[in-house]
Design a protein around this ligand. Structure first.
Ligand SMILES: Cc1cc2nc3c(=O)[nH]c(=O)nc-3n(C[C@H](O)[C@H](O)[C@H](O)COP(=O)(O)OP(=O)(O)OC[C@H]3O[C@@H](n4cnc5c(N)ncnc54)[C@H](O)[C@@H]3O)c2cc1C
Length: 377
């Protein structure tokens, strides 16, 4: 192992783990798995693995629909990670024996009203300008693809490469694969990084990362709903459908087992309450796009916390002033889609000591004031 800043003396010892991963969400378990299959000895430290954002997430793998103005570096990373997903999913399915609910029908991005469609087209033009694969569609073309769409839908676009996975299948699969490859779970919280004795530490603690590192990672609340198709069958539509309904942004994700995920609010708050107003807005928007949802069972309302950063992009690399401590956090809205590239590049960095060029825009030292100036653990 040649992680930057780790002395050869500490590298040589074979007693104890070589890598301690703090956090058992999608990012931590994916890193643990990729490190373990590369022969590193790994422990994952988390008192409640899977209790963070990862099991709340919708599971959209959406580099096109999530491409936003002014975030071209992030879009590049999303595209790079989405391209790794087919092989990642196949390898993980084989390694864990788990069906991940990985689906490749693609995503329809739609506008209910004329104003909604203007917004879809404005974003579509930007996404096409970046060379991303998105095709504008008339209402008839949309309904050919998805007959369940409301007759009122004015038009939209198709992103064939924006896929989905079920995070509630993904997370146990990653844990199983990591443990089968030799990773071990330690169900205790990490109070200070100095308490860990492994020569390399990877902080993948989601919203808990700020307290451990001083990095500006904050909770961004998202309220999200889960419905179930009546009669125990699959939903009456196959694509991820997202877009705007009377100005309200919404996405609807159908799973083969009958679950439908409807999300999500984006709020600068850290309280876990689910509000009647948010449920009302999400359901009104979702039913506006797909009327049959009014007949579905409402089975779950949840609030989760995206680990957000000042520029909405993740923080991946060596922590300034802390040799041997890597961070992989702040994945905000994109932790599921970014899991493969994050895990592979962190494992590469640990093994070679050299950061991949893809990571340059996401280095932990990009924030002002510099992280090293923060008094922290
Ligand atoms: C409503 C909603 C919808 C989303 N939809 C999508 C989507 O469709 N697609 C997508 O790509 N992303 C989506 N996301 C974002 C995605 O969920 C996150 O980016 C991702 O889950 C972050 O993973 P993580 O492993 O970094 O953090 P988490 O899953 O939050 O895990 C962090 C873990 O660290 C542990 N921890 C914290 N502090 C400590 C400590 N001191 N010691 C030990 N352990 C600690 C916690 O117990 C937790 O288990 C969504 C998020 C939300 C909230």
């Amino acid at each position: 192992m040649r992680v930057a800043g780790v002395s050869s003396a500490s590298r040589s010892g074979d007693r104890g783990p070589q890598v301690a991963v703090v956090g058992g969400g999608v990012v931590g378990w994916a890193i643990a798995w990729r490190c373990a299959v590369r022969g590193l000895s790994v422990t994952v430290h988390d008192p409640a693995p899977g209790s963070g954002a990862s099991t709340v997430a919708a599971g959209m793998l959406a580099p096109v629909a999530e491409a936003s103005f002014g975030e071209t570096a992030l879009t590049g990373l999303l595209v790079a990670s989405a391209a790794r997903w087919p092989a990642f999913a196949a390898e993980l399915t084989a390694a864990s024996g788990t069906d991940l609910g990985y689906r490749t029908e693609g995503t329809l991005i739609v506008g209910l009203t004329g104003d909604d469609l203007t917004e879809v087209r404005r974003l579509g033009a930007y996404q096409q300008g970046l060379g991303l694969p998105v095709t504008l569609l008339r209402p008839s073309g949309l309904r050919d693809r998805e007959p369940a769409l409301a007759p009122r839908v004015r038009g939209g676009a198709f992103a064939a490469g924006d896929h989905q996975v079920d995070p509630r299948r993904l997370l146990p699969a990653l844990r199983t694969a990591a443990e089968r490859a030799g990773a071990a779970l330690v169900t205790e919280p990490v109070g200070r990084l100095g308490d860990l004795t492994a020569p390399a530490v990877v902080v993948a603690a989601g919203c808990g990362t700020a307290a451990l590192t001083g990095l500006p990672v904050r909770p961004v609340k998202g309220q999200i709903l889960r419905l179930r198709a009546p009669g125990g069958g699959p939903p009456g539509f196959r694509h991820v459908v997202r877009g705007y309904a009377d100005g309200e942004p919404v996405y609807v994700v159908p799973r083969s087992d009958g679950e439908v995920v409807v999300g999500a609010t984006v709020e600068e708050r850290a309280d876990p309450t689910v509000t009647a107003g948010a449920v009302l807005r999400l359901l009104r928007a979702a039913v506006g796009l797909l009327p049959e949802l009014a007949e579905y069972d409402l089975v779950e309302t949840t609030a989760g916390f995206r680990p957000g950063t000042p520029d909405n992009a993740p923080v991946i690399g060596v922590l300034p002033g802390r040799p041997g401590v890597l961070v992989a956090a702040g994945h905000h809205r994109h932790g599921i889609v970014l899991a493969p590239v994050t895990a592979d590049l962190v494992a590469d960095l640990l093994v070679t000591g050299i950061p991949d060029a893809l990571l340059a825009p996401f280095a932990p030292d990009r924030f002002d004031p510099p992280v090293g100036s923060v008094t922290g653990p």
